[in-house]
Design a protein around this ligand. Sequence first.
Ligand SMILES: *[C@@H]1O[C@H](CO)[C@@H](O)[C@H](O)[C@H]1NC(C)=O
Ligand SMILES: *[C@@H]1O[C@H](CO)[C@@H](O)[C@H](O)[C@H]1NC(C)=O
Ligand SMILES: *[C@@H]1O[C@H](CO)[C@@H](O)[C@H](O)[C@H]1NC(C)=O
Ligand SMILES: *[C@@H]1O[C@H](CO)[C@@H](O)[C@H](O)[C@H]1NC(C)=O
Ligand SMILES: *[C@@H]1O[C@H](CO)[C@@H](O)[C@H](O)[C@H]1NC(C)=O
Length: 478
Amino acid sequence: MGVLQLLAVSLFFVSLSLAQRPNIVFIVADDLGWNDVGFRNPDMITPNIDKLATEGIIFNNAYVQPLCSPSRTAFMSGMYPFHAGMQHMALNRDQKVCVPLNYTFLPQELKKLGYATHIIGKWHLGYCKWECTPTYRGFDTFFGYYNAGEDYFTHTSGRYLDFRDNKLPARNYTGEYSANTFGQRAVDIIHRHNVSQPLFLYLPYQSVHAPIEVPQKYEDMYPNVINEGRRKYSGMVSALDEAVGNVTKALKDRGLFENTLILFTADNGGHLQAYSNNWPLRGGKYTIWEGGTKGASFMYGAGLQKTGTTYEGMIHAIDWKPTLVSAAGGTPESTIDGMSLWDSIRNGLPSSRTEFIYNIDYFEFPEEGHAAIRVGDYKLILGYPGDPDGWHKPMNRTEDDIYEETVYFTGDDPVQLFNIREDPTEHNNIAPAMPDMVAKLRARFEEYTKTMVPANYPDGDPASDPSNFGDVWSPGWC
Ligand SMILES: *[C@@H]1O[C@H](CO)[C@@H](O)[C@H](O)[C@H]1NC(C)=O
Ligand SMILES: *[C@@H]1O[C@H](CO)[C@@H](O)[C@H](O)[C@H]1NC(C)=O
Ligand SMILES: *[C@@H]1O[C@H](CO)[C@@H](O)[C@H](O)[C@H]1NC(C)=O
Ligand SMILES: *[C@@H]1O[C@H](CO)[C@@H](O)[C@H](O)[C@H]1NC(C)=O
Ligand SMILES: *[C@@H]1O[C@H](CO)[C@@H](O)[C@H](O)[C@H]1NC(C)=O
């Protein structure tokens, strides 16, 4: 064979392998609770999500961080937030912080494998300079907002617009509900996509984070829910489900569905004060109880061998990046905290993850800080686990009824141990009965703390003021 023929043959194989890599759709539902999906709670109307989940693999032990920025750090970088200085709370709009720029993000890894990469929705990983923003961190296109949350119709946060199409402010979507706007953009991208490349769509939806806003027709799907907040919230979940259904349909229309892998996860446990629900788990968003850290999650599609089942193996948010890189046929980086669980998950084999850190947040320790580690079946909690505590059924009354504040006092140093396999709802603190196990987990925990980077959580910077940038939350002040 001549050189040109060899080249032609190898180009053929390159393009073949590109064409065969699965399309990947990574959907993140903001603040969605453990018990807010139809496949767990028959009161929720989520037919599209339920179909994918029940025909795919439902994860019963997929862990996330207690809130937004830390979980998204883990999704994108495969690193524990406590290694990135991102472990304390979520980023505020006026903080000069972004995930360290020397971290490689998931879309950068997938670009190396030939993927077209798009993000639609919420970023929340820092934006004070352009280098921190999505199109500088591996995404070909960005449509969405930089910060924690905003109005679903005006796309404003604190009176100022936070909505962009790539780098430009997107001012003409006022009045459109974001589940529709984002759903439609995803459909458009799927229709425009050049199928000679594999597609990576990262869809971190605004839904179902506060504020509680939804078009009336979705609220009307829940006439039996008496509490107004819970009724609207349930409608928000159904609007999200409809957007998921539209994305699925677009993939089918383009003939891409058969070769698509879908990962769906919440970013943290449900926010109880904002009408989410994690029953029967304890606690919610902001806490390192299981209710704050177990994500409603499933996978569907290309490459999965054992489907229509649940997966009990342990998975942590840091594992999704290397797992998806493996699913794409790539080799995950060896230097990150996460590990690929692709072969375990797709074949229904035991997880190779046997321990993880829930979080190490010493920011205001011991009054407010919290830390927890899991080793095998055991979970050790050190310090204040966070509010809200307790077990809450979905609200269904005229008055809101969730909030019971737990009181911890300065100087409290609670140590709690649970066997999560036997007691997944954390009712029985067995620390007093098992001092040796407490000591063992504490020693393991101390190993991890040696590698901790202090939280990067500075005071706000007035230079962030959007009035300096045409009344739009904008990069350019760090
Ligand atoms: C990024 O830079 C920090 C600070 O220089 C360093 O400690 C860390 O190891 C680097 N991380 C990576 C993934 O290169
Ligand atoms: C908003 O403006 C952009 C850029 O001109 C355009 O592409 C888009 O279709 C417009 N969207 C709406 C909803 O009008
Ligand atoms: C789903 O698609 C239908 C038909 O195009 C559209 O009317 C609806 O608004 C879409 N829903 C969402 C949430 O995007
Ligand atoms: C799709 O990409 C291939 C390879 O780059 C190119 O040859 C082809 O013209 C593109 N198709 C369209 C419709 O743009
Ligand atoms: C809420 O309570 C009403 C009245 O008891 C009941 O009819 C309805 O089924 C309940 N709805 C849910 C979602 O639990």
